[in-house]
Write a protein that binds this ligand. Structure first.
Ligand code: NAD
Length: 357
């Protein structure tokens, strides 16, 4: 098969890490008989410098013509003083909206070789942490009515949360579908003891759960979930939750795994096209030095294969290559931290991954 992939390399370390993922995809293509046609489009600060806009229309159109989209990262000090509407980061909300991406998937997995990098005790991480947070991305309190006004105690501000059954159902279905491809467990997280939106969320999830008898379903209040994530993260397979709870819990989960340079993410909509990106930013402090860890972006490319192109064996091969490279003791500087040893550069780590593939 021939697949069209849009590349949004962006700023800082974006170009280095996307190049790494491209060479991994090309190697996978040779091994499994697929061809990938990659097209670069401008986004973020790089787009501002060339066109004056963080998200040129040509980029949106190019992504809409592609089977899927791989993004590096955007932003950097050069553009920090610009007004919010014209900053590189604005392009992220714009491209998600233009592509109709309402589901955010963030896996958090501890590789056995990196257990020491987790802030949790070995007896907790030793049980094997491998969970997926499914976060609603385009609704809830981040998009509700808001404002400032004069209230009972003087100046006050308010934000409101609204979720429709339609929005809850579609994110719920994404979670149940993901669980089918994993270990078959879904935990829905809400605050149904206090919030009306959470009560609707819970009722809707229960109705959906009845349609998926092969999935083990449970719900948890968000305060308990925050606690359980550090007490016993191994109990979770797929977590589904609202925009704000997902924002907070996914950062908590990412810390459990030890390094920001390891974690991929996917944003999906109704069709198969998605946008895949590492969870970290453009790391301006190490940009252009060939020191970035490419693994989060390489694993994002694996998610692209799995979720957009339906190529699970190919995605498994990439994830296995990452595991073997780490087992063999290879580390980029972020993974080495204070430990002794010579760190690999971004291109050296990429070469190790290619040789494992
Ligand atoms: P960051 O994630 O870019 O960097 C935080 C720290 O982690 C830095 O020390 C960096 O060197 C390190 N780091 C990050 N990724 C790494 C990798 N792959 N390998 C090795 N080390 C890595 O966060 P920040 O410094 O807060 O933000 C920098 C810029 O990125 C800002 O302009 C911010 O707005 C932007 N940002 C973009 C995205 C995105 O594009 N999705 C996400 C977050 C931040």
């Amino acid at each position: 098969m021939n697949y069209q992939i849009a590349l949004l390399k962006g700023d800082g370390i974006g170009p280095e890490i996307v190049e790494s993922a491209v060479s991994v995809l090309e190697t996978i293509g040779q091994k499994y008989g697929h061809s990938f046609a990659f097209t670069d489009y401008l986004i973020g600060g790089a787009a501002i410098d060339r066109t004056g806009q963080p998200l040129p229309q040509e980029t949106v159109d190019g992504c809409l013509r592609s089977d899927s989209v791989l993004l590096g990262a955007v932003g950097g000090p050069k553009w920090d003083s610009r007004p919010a509407e014209l900053r590189p980061e604005k392009a992220l909300l714009g491209i998600r909206a233009a592509l109709g991406l309402y589901t955010n998937l963030r896996p958090a997995k501890i590789y056995p070789a990196l257990r020491d990098a987790s802030p949790l005790r070995p007896e907790i991480t030793g049980k094997g942490v491998d969970l997926l947070i499914v976060r609603e991305l385009t609704g809830g309190i981040y998009f509700g009515e808001r404002g400032c006004r004069e209230g009972k105690f003087g100046e006050e501000a308010f934000d409101t949360e609204c979720y429709s059954v339609y929005e809850i159902e579609r994110i719920g279905r994404a979670a149940f579908a993901a669980a089918k491809k994993r270990r078959g467990r879904v935990t829905s997280i809400d605050k149904a003891n206090v919030l009306e939106t959470s009560r609707l969320w819970r009722r809707t999830m229960h109705r959906l759960a009845a349609e998926y008898p092969d999935i083990a379903y449970s719900d948890l209040l968000v305060d308990n979930a925050a606690m359980q994530l550090v007490r016993d993260p191994a109990q979770f397979d797929v977590i589904v939750t609202s925009n704000m709870f997902g924002d907070i819990l996914s950062d908590e989960a990412s810390q459990i795994t030890g390094s920001i340079g390891m974690l991929p993410s996917a944003s999906l909509g109704d069709g198969t096209r998605g946008m895949y990106e590492p969870i970290h930013g453009s790391a301006p402090d190490i940009a252009g030095q060939n020191r970035a860890n490419p693994i989060a972006t390489v694993l994002s490319a694996a998610m692209l294969l799995r979720y957009s192109l339906g190529l699970s064996a190919e995605a498994d091969a990439i994830e296995a290559a990452v595991g073997s490279v780490l087992d063999a003791g290879y580390r980029t500087a972020d993974l080495l931290g204070q430990m002794p040893g010579e760190p690999l550069s971004c291109t050296e780590m990429t070469a190790k991954l290619l040789s494992k593939l």
